[in-house]
Design a protein around this ligand. Structure first.
Ligand SMILES: Nc1ncnc2c1ncn2[C@@H]1O[C@H](COP(=O)(O)OP(=O)(O)OP(=O)(O)O)[C@@H](O)[C@H]1O
Ligand SMILES: Nc1nc2c(c(=O)[nH]1)N[C@H]1C(S)=C(S)[C@@H](COP(=O)(O)O)O[C@H]1N2
Length: 175
């Protein structure tokens, strides 16, 4: 079975058709460039509603068996931004390094990088990673943290994901 990856756009406006979702396609294009291993996607566009986000993340991890779920949007300080709360609620194990690294690297691009509460965590052997809503932030953040993602998924008991080293090199320490 091909590894499955969940792509979740969390945006009131994209989910209600005010604008076309560009975040999900940006994640898809990035993963297509990065991954040498064939994979399958599960894509959702949902509003900034915590119960809906939690249910979507649970279904992708527990029913669809996604080894990785990437979300975009809803990480900021607005009252409707609840992606980190939903992620925390469904992930018993938090990986603080992801948020720290993504915010640090994002400061090279925008001073408002510190406004993102983006985080990551493990639900069983599924890794959930939050990305900000602006489509350009997706590659900015993933270039910084993706090298650690295949090893993280392996350690958590998930499948082996190989990358195209000409695009991004997965780091696996010698064991
Ligand atoms: N999924 C998306 N597709 C296209 N553009 C987006 C998307 N999400 C955000 N943007 C762009 O980034 C800007 C900042 O996004 P903002 O922080 O307001 O989004 P959000 O809180 O993630 O989504 P929303 O406010 O619709 O619930 C928006 O004005 C929009 O231009
Ligand atoms: N790499 C990167 N990080 C970024 C941004 C960006 O453009 N690039 N935008 C910031 C802004 S303006 C906000 S408000 C926060 C939260 O965005 P969200 O609510 O759309 O998730 O992410 C921040 N992080």
């Amino acid at each position: 079975m091909k590894p499955r990856i969940g792509i979740v756009t969390i945006s009131d406006r994209a989910s209600s058709g005010v604008y076309e979702d560009l975040g999900g396609p940006a994640i898809r294009d990035t993963l297509r460039a990065y991954l040498a291993t064939p994979w399958e996607e599960r894509y959702h566009v949902i509003p900034d509603e915590q119960p809906v986000i939690e249910a979507t993340l649970r279904a992708l991890c527990d029913e669809e068996g996604c080894c990785l779920v990437l979300t975009t949007g809803g990480t900021g300080p607005s009252p409707r931004d609840v992606t980190p709360e939903a992620t925390r609620a469904v992930c018993p194990r938090i990986l603080d390094g992801f948020g720290e690294r993504m915010r640090a690297v994002s400061l090279q691009y925008v001073p408002t990088a510190i406004l993102s509460r983006q985080m990551a965590g493990l639900r069983g052997s599924s890794l959930v990673v939050n990305l900000p809503g602006r489509p350009k932030s997706i590659r900015e953040c993933l270039d910084a943290v993706f090298p650690a993602i295949p090893y993280c998924i392996e350690l958590a008991g998930g499948p082996i994901l190989e990358t195209d080293p000409a695009v991004i090199k997965a780091f696996r320490p010698a064991r």
